[in-house]
Design a protein around this ligand. Structure first.
Ligand code: PEP
Length: 270
C-alpha cells in the first residue's frame, strides 16, 4: 500500500514480558526506560505484563508516555469466573491495551477464534484497545515455506467490530514458528503478511479504514533485525518478547521505530 499512509500511522513498540519478571525487576526496568522513551506522537510504547503488576506499573509510568498492556482478558465484565480478569477491572486500574489471541494462549489455554472475538468485543466495550495476534496459516506455510497470515483469524476476531472501533485495534502478525525461536521472518515475508492483513481489512471495512489500522510484526525481533522489518511499508511496529526483557534493547527498538530508514551503525551502543 502506500508510504504516505505509513507515515501517518504512529509507530508502536510493544514488549510482551509473559511471566518472566518479578516485581523488583519490573520497577528496575521502568526506572531505566521511563524518561528515555519519546512522546507518544513520535513512537507509542507499551509493556505487557502479568496482571498482578499492572496497577503498580500504571502508577510508575504516570509521568511517562509508556502504556500498560494486559496479556489477556476475560470476555465478561464480571461474574463467577474464578482466576480470570475482567475487562472492566483492567480499565479501572489504568491498562490501555490488551493482547488478545496470542499463540501461547491458543496453544496452552485452548483459546479459539470465537473466544478471541468475545474478548476483542469485551475489550472495546470497556474502552481497552485490543492488540490482536494473528498466526501463520500453517498449512500454507508447510506447503510453500512462505508467509501467509491466517485471514480466517483476522475475520473471526473482528466479527461485530464497527468502523469506529476498528480504528482502536492493532493487529500483530506473529508466525508461530518465529515466536521465541530466534528465527524471525524475513522483512519481505513480514511485509507480505502485513499487506495481506491490510487487504483483508480493506475488504472487511474499506481501503481508507485499512490504511488507518496499525499492523505489527512479532517473532524473534531484535535490534539487529528490527530496522529492516520496521522499514516495510505495511509494518507499523513490533511486538517483542525475549529482546524486550532487556531495557537497553527495548530502548534500541524504540529508537529504531522513530525512523527505521536512518541507518545506525553502532546499534548495540545506542
Ligand atoms: C511474543 O511472544 O509475542 C514474541 C514475539 O516473542 P519473541 O520476541 O521472544 O519471539
Amino acid at each position: 500500500m502506500s508510504k504516505i499512509h505509513k507515515e501517518r500511522r504512529i509507530p508502536f513498540v510493544v514488549a510482551n514480558w509473559k511471566i518472566n519478571k518479578l516485581q523488583s525487576d519490573v520497577m528496575d526496568f521502568l526506572e531505566k526506560v521511563n524518561e528515555k522513551v519519546p512522546g507518544e506522537k513520535v513512537v507509542e510504547t507499551g509493556i505487557a505484563a502479568q496482571d498482578l503488576f499492572l496497577a503498580d506499573m500504571v502508577r510508575a509510568t504516570a509521568d511517562s508516555p509508556i502504556h500498560i498492556v494486559a496479556e489477556n482478558v476475560h470476555w465478561e465484565d464480571n461474574g463467577a469466573y474464578t482466576g480470570e480478569t475482567s475487562p472492566k477491572a483492567l480499565k479501572d486500574v489504568g491498562a490501555k491495551y490488551v493482547l488478545i489471541g496470542h499463540f501461547e494462549r491458543r496453544k496452552f489455554f485452548n483459546e479459539t477464534d470465537s473466544t478471541v472475538n468475545l474478548k476483542v468485543t469485551a475489550a472495546l466495550r470497556n474502552g481497552l484497545r485490543p492488540i490482536i495476534d494473528v498466526d501463520e496459516d500453517m498449512s500454507t506455510y508447510a506447503q510453500f515455506m512462505d508467509a501467509q497470515p491466517s485471514v480466517a483469524q483476522v475475520s473471526a476476531a473482528l466479527a461485530g467490530v464497527s468502523v469506529d472501533q476498528i480504528r482502536k485495534v492493532t493487529i500483530a502478525y506473529e508466525p508461530t514458528w518465529a515466536i521465541g525461536s530466534g528465527e524471525a521472518a524475513s522483512a519481505d515475508q513480514a511485509q507480505k503478511a502485513a499487506y495481506l492483513i491490510r487487504q483483508t481489512l480493506a475488504k472487511l471495512y474499506s481501503p481508507v479504514i485499512a490504511e488507518q489500522v496499525r499492523i505489527l510484526y512479532g517473532g524473534s525481533v531484535t535490534p539487529n533485525n528490527a530496522r529492516e522489518i520496521m522499514s516495510q511499508e505495511d509494518i507499523d511496529g513490533v511486538l517483542v518478547g525475549t529482546a524486550a526483557l532487556d531495557p537497553d534493547k527495548f530502548l534500541q527498538l524504540v529508537e529504531i521505530a522513530k525512523d527505521p530508514s536512518v541507518p545506525n551503525f553502532d546499534i548495540d551502543h545506542v
